[in-house]
Design a binder for this molecule. Structure first.
Ligand code: UD2
Ligand code: MN
Length: 370
């Protein structure tokens, strides 16, 4: 009997000790997580400050010292404090994933339905004035300026904006869109307008990457990521108008992308190609002559639709293009971003893009024959 009593007592003691251990363990866990949480909080606050400084588009200098257009004053007119936490999260954002999760792959692109700018604006409410966008849930590695040479193609621009804004958003790109409009009716000069886009975009934000796109080209696959690569990138490699094939090995037209360093290494693009053709081949020559290679997406991914159009007035084929592209090696050092001359006539911030109207002059008068 007494043995039984001893056994029961021992069992109770054991249970009590076990319970005590459990309680102790629980208390330890609570304390541990509390301290850890404070730690986390401390570090997150610490790095949030840094992230704020490093966040794309935040605190960039403006030529005229005005606040960036997206950072509306918090206290109404007159306040200089940027609206806190609207674009800069307190918590540090994780880097955007290499493969954006929202991509859908092949897209149905058609230009049959009528398009209005109101509709495009309505469907893209998250874009900031001037056509700027920053992903809200991750930190993009590059800031991308998308530059479009332009004159009298409003109809194409609506489709381009309609398709590209959602694609770029899904790609988690941090970007600004710049339409560089040639003023007047003199001969069109695509490459010079692209050079101007490079300089004008950099006056607004410290972009790392520049994508140069025709206004009439829409990608058919959102896996064709609009950022820069180790080598200059050619995006539009399989166009409907060329039977979804690269027309020739050195083709670099349509949509291309260079990092700031790559662009400066080739002295930008030529300014002296007036009228249609040749400038894209000259850019290709600049890239290879400077020891770089063109990188391209998979042929199944780099597919594009071009809105059908006639050759524009005042953009007739340039008869000098064949001889000019033979001389890139000589001309590229003096003709490029280092010799660019133009005048800005107007900068207009539209909801989905920034339009910069420029006077680029006209081609030099041909010397009289004989
Ligand atoms: C091809 C190339 C293009 C360029 C051009 C020769 C393709 C898809 N594209 O385009 O990259 O090398 O040949 O210069 O092969 N533009 C205007 N208004 C004008 C004229 C041109 O906005 O009056 C702009 C517009 O962005 C247009 C681009 O310049 O998409 C190229 O001109 P294009 O579309 O007339 O020439 P295209 O299709 O032969
Ligand atoms: Mn075209």
């Amino acid at each position: 009997m007494s043995r039984l009593l001893l056994g029961v007592t021992l069992e109770r003691i054991c249970k009590a000790v076990l319970l005590l251990c459990l309680v102790h363990f629980l208390i330890m866990m609570i304390l541990y997580f509390d301290v850890y949480a404070q730690h986390l909080d401390f570090f997150s606050r610490f790095s949030a400050k840094n992230a704020t400084r490093a966040h794309p588009y935040y605190n960039f200098s403006r030529p005229n010292g005005t606040a960036p257009s997206y950072a509306a004053p918090a206290g109404g007119a007159g306040s200089t404090r940027p609206e806190s936490n609207q674009l800069v999260s307190e918590k540090p954002l994780p880097p955007c994933p290499e493969v954006p999760p929202a991509l859908v792959g092949r897209l149905l692109i058609e230009f049959g339905s009528t398009m209005t700018m109101e509709r495009v604006q309505r469907e893209n409410p998250d874009v900031k004035e001037g056509g700027k966008y920053i992903p809200s849930d991750c930190r993009a590695k590059q800031r991308v300026a998308i530059i479009i040479p332009f004159r009298h193609r409003d109809h194409h621009l609506k489709y381009w904006l309609y398709y590209l804004h959602p694609i770029l958003r899904r790609q988690r790109i941090s970007f600004g869109i710049y339409i560089i409009s040639q003023n007047g009716e003199d001969t069109f000069n695509r490459a010079k307008l692209l050079n101007i886009g490079f300089l004008e975009a950099l006056k607004e934000e410290p972009y790392d990457c520049f994508i140069f796109s025709d206004v009439d080209l829409v990608p058919m696959d959102d896996r064709n990521l609009y950022h820069c690569y180790d080598q200059p990138r050619h995006f539009a490699i399989a166009m409907d108008k060329f039977g979804f094939r690269l027309p020739y090995a050195g083709y670099f037209g349509g949509v291309s992308g260079l990092s700031k360093t790559q662009f400066l290494k080739i002295n930008g693009f030529p300014n002296e190609y007036w009228g249609w053709g040749g400038e894209d081949d000259d850019i290709y020559n600049r890239i290879t002559l400077n020891g770089m290679k063109v990188s391209r997406p998979d042929i199944r991914i780099g597919r594009y639709r071009m809105i059908k159009h006639e050759r524009d007035k005042h953009n007739e084929a340039n008869p000098q293009r064949f001889t000019k592209i033979q001389n890139t090696k000589m001309t590229m050092k003096r003709d490029g971003i280092n010799s660019l001359q133009y005048h800005v006539i107007n900068v207009a911030k539209h909801p989905l893009y920034t339009n910069i109207t420029v006077d680029i002059g006209k081609p030099p008068a041909r010397p009289p024959r004989g």
